[in-house]
Design a protein around this ligand. Structure first.
Ligand SMILES: *[C@@H]1O[C@H](CO)[C@@H](O)[C@H](O)[C@H]1NC(C)=O
Ligand SMILES: *[C@@H]1O[C@H](CO)[C@@H](O)[C@H](O)[C@H]1NC(C)=O
Ligand SMILES: [Cu+2]
Length: 187
């Protein structure tokens, strides 16, 4: 009995976690490459990234790597001082803070050829009011890292996705509570 309850509760926690963290393979089936002419800017624009999501860079480590860099280094494809470098060919990077995350391939010429990625991780829903100050606030919004040129802000699809995420979670929890109730009656 207790074990079943614990198992059901564990399932609830796992489903809550799954419904909020996504894994995105960079470039989808093409992966992280220069030969397929993937438009990584377009790829990123079709996704909505949240804190806790993971991006997976898959590539042949003989020919490519992944460097996380600052915005100025990203713009100029400057590989001299990366924040971090990944070289396994199967690099999972969990997005732990909001704002822009800049990556490129550090192999000479590859960034210039377009093997570069700018991800904008949106603020969690609960803290959105803090970044959109009400009329009573006189201080400017703390959005220095979010206003880089050429990248759209939080899109309507993000706003629309929040209720559906909540609905998914609520349905999952209700379903598991029903299962839990039935297993209790059955034993
Ligand atoms: C690359 O960045 C380093 C330090 O961040 C800087 O010293 C160097 O001048 C830059 N190189 C180019 C070509 O911009
Ligand atoms: C890459 O890593 C992910 C987990 O991070 C794993 O599921 C996948 O099988 C790995 N792929 C390869 C080709 O090693
Ligand atoms: Cu490369």
């Amino acid at each position: 009995m207790a074990a079943r309850k614990m198992a059901a509760l564990a399932c609830i926690l796992v489903i809550l976690r799954l419904s909020e963290a996504a894994v995105y393979k960079v470039g989808d089936s093409a992966g992280w490459t220069t030969i397929a002419n993937v438009d990584y800017k377009l790829w990123a624009s079709t996704k909505t990234f949240h804190i806790g999501d993971t991006v997976l860079f898959e590539y042949n480590p003989q020919f490519h790597n992944v460097m996380r860099v600052t915005h100025p280094m990203y713009r100029s494809c400057n590989t001299s001082k990366p924040i971090s470098t990944f070289t396994t060919g199967n690099d999972s990077i969990t997005l732990t803070n909001h704002g822009h995350h800049f990556f490129f391939c550090g192999v000479p010429g590859h960034c210039l050829a377009g093997q570069k990625l700018d991800l904008n991780v949106l603020l969690p829903a609960s803290s959105t009011p803090l970044s959109d100050p009400p009329t009573s606030s006189s201080s400017p919004p703390p959005s220095t890292t979010i206003t880089a040129a050429g990248v759209p802000g939080p899109s309507p699809s993000h706003a629309a996705s929040l209720p559906s995420v909540m609905a998914t979670r609520i349905i999952a929890v209700v379903a598991l509570l029903v299962i839990l109730a039935f297993t209790n009656f059955a034993s």
